[in-house]
Design a protein around this ligand. Structure first.
Ligand SMILES: [Zn+2]
Length: 414
């Protein structure tokens, strides 16, 4: 079908705005808007009519056109039969979005639109009649045109990959929904007091968690209402973490995105239970990377033996430098699947202390249960300190002293 025929077919439907007319030819020529395409094509058909061609179209389509050869009365423009005036409302929508964005700090955004079903259907019907070779979707044009206006008003840019603000325009509900993407801050912590869980404990059994100590300074700085704490593993509640454990704090719906990380660090480090360091903003995709990371760790454990063990006998501890078989410990049975795991103990050193105590320093693969490596957990972990010496052995103090292989986290800068 030649272009002129298509244009006539479209304009036969009633008044069709320049955007809706031009959008049907969006794939032809570049460097112009659909509105401009529509304007040109409308004039072109008007010329054909003026030249005597017999075309019967609703004359509201030619409001403002002055025919020279023929005496044709034009009507006032009415509402576009395709979009119902949606493209006249770009300015209103832009204003509404601006009001929603007020108070938020951002560099870029992306607009999405939910159109009423009837508009989508009407456009599809038009495609069936006139063909789809050169067309574009109404939604795509609306998003783009609104984006252009918003860029101009806010001096921010449209970003397709990882926009900081996602603006959803719901035309039917006459609403703007804002999705503020999180700001993620990487850091490393030391836990310097026992009896504190990493994150909030559901039963309220513990007074405070590391998350509750660390997060407030971040929330205040980002003017954010909520957060999620993602740790690279966690130590037992009664264990210290002297090695610096990586974490990512995800700040939800932040109003501020440029954070004074030094100030945050200083504030958090006023708490005696925790130290943090090496704060840096990272992409949200790094949470998955951190969660998947399986670093070796070194621990210091203070072990109390049932009976005294001779200095020479302690050499037997070397037997623990092997692959342990660990059935899910009884103490975590209620929240972990019951299964057997193979975990490698890579290095072990010890020192005899008084009163039947031994201090052990052990380097082990991620996921090794150290307390059970000591007690044997009623035979569920083999071998163990208890099984090697044939007596009870209990871990009475546990510290994580090093988390190895931070080089694997390529996104961190020192
Ligand atoms: Zn229209």
């Amino acid at each position: 079908m030649e272009i002129c025929k298509r244009v006539v077919k479209i304009l036969e439907k009633g008044y069709v705005c320049n955007n809706c007319l031009g959008r049907h030819f969006a794939q032809l020529l570049t460097g112009m808007s659909n509105e401009e395409r529509g304007r040109i094509l409308r004039k072109f058909v008007a010329m054909e009519i003026d030249a005597g061609k017999d075309i019967d179209i609703d004359k509201s389509n030619f409001a403002g056109v002055e025919f020279r050869k023929r005496d044709i009365e034009t009507n006032e423009e009415s509402e576009c039969v395709v979009c119902e005036g949606l493209f006249d409302e770009l300015g209103d929508w832009c204003g509404k979005i601006m009001r929603n964005l007020q108070g938020y700090e951002f560099k870029n955004f992306l607009i999405g639109t939910r159109l009423p079903d009837k508009l989508v259907k009407r456009e599809e019907e038009l495609w069936e009649d006139v063909g789809i070779e050169y067309c574009e979707e109404m939604k795509a044009e609306f998003n783009r045109e609104l984006g252009k206006r918003l860029e101009e008003k806010t001096k921010k840019v449209v970003e397709f990959e990882l926009p900081e603000m996602q603006v959803l325009v719901d035309v039917e509900k006459d609403e703007v929904e804002l999705n503020v993407n999180s700001v993620c801050v990487y850091g490393e912590y030391q836990k310097t007091e026992r009896g504190i869980p990493q994150t909030e404990w559901p039963s309220g059994k513990y007074e405070i968690s590391l998350e509750e100590i660390i997060a407030p300074a971040f929330l205040r700085e980002a003017d954010s209402a909520d957060e999620k704490f993602h740790g690279a593993g966690r130590e037992d509640i009664d264990a210290l973490c002297k090695g610096w454990r990586p974490f990512i704090l995800e700040l939800l719906g932040p109003k501020k995105r440029k954070l004074d990380l030094d100030k945050i660090k200083e504030e958090v480090n006023k708490n005696r239970e925790v130290n943090i360091r090496n704060l840096q903003t990272v992409g949200r995709d790094k949470i998955g990377e951190l969660k998947a990371w399986q670093p070796d760790k070194s621990y210091r454990a203070l072990v109390e033996m049932e009976k005294d063990v001779d200095e020479e006998d302690l050499e037997k501890l070397k037997k623990l430098e092997t692959t342990l078989t660990q059935r899910t410990p009884q103490r975590v049975e209620h929240r972990r699947a019951d299964r057997y795991r193979k975990r490698r103990v890579k290095d072990i050193h010890w020192e005899k202390r008084k009163d039947r105590k031994i201090e052990i320093v052990v380097k082990a693969e991620a996921g090794t249960y150290i307390k059970e490596m000591i007690s044997g957990d009623g035979g569920r972990t083999v071998p163990s300190v208890a099984s090697i010496f044939g007596m009870d052995a209990e871990c009475i103090e546990l510290d994580v002293i090093e988390i190895h292989g931070k080089d694997d986290l390529a996104f961190i800068t020192e």
